[in-house]
Design a protein around this ligand. Sequence first.
Ligand code: GAR
Length: 205
Amino acid sequence: MATELLPIGILVSGRGSNMLAIADAIAAGQVPACIKVVISDRPGAPALAAARQRGIEVMTLSRKQYPSRAAFETALAAALKDKGVELVVLAGFMRLLSQTFLDQFPQRVINIHPALLPAFPGLDAQRQAWEYGVKFSGCSVHFVDEGVDTGPIIAQAVVPVLDTDIPETLAERILAEEHRLYPQVIKWLAEGRVEVRGRRVFIRA
Ligand code: GAR
């Protein structure tokens, strides 16, 4: 069955390993999507070079270039729309987005977070979980709202915390799950199988 490719835009701020995992899954024919553009808010983000190497179009939109957050977000939304993006994928994009931005892509902005939300939102989630002493952590893919990692959860993957773990080894094991889960969720969205009812999200068979 031929499926139309979902045009996605990936927003990054740093390393870009999730962006690459998505690009790999698309290239392997596992996800019916195409990456229209990768946009970084940080000019030196390693993710930019990695994307460029794959032949993916990249852009840098630095907040500092704009007089206000609103002006920055207007430019960001315009760039995404200009490329025909229908799904905005945050992959290590370390910036909150306003409702005005989100309204332009209703239920079409997703994020990955390296903890089992609603536990440990915000920065350094893997360390937060390790310090708290939980026995399981993991990652969550969720729709983005105005809050910090608070939108409806689409999918989660669980990772055990081992007695021998330090935050870095836990983060590594979580990252492997992130790289599996994020392409999977994009696949479900591309197939039109994701249904949102309030805070609850269902994946149709
Ligand atoms: C990932 O672990 C992602 O879950 C996390 O940043 C890392 C980016 O890595 N995101 C957050 O903490 C968002 N609250 P990557 O650039 O290699 O994909």
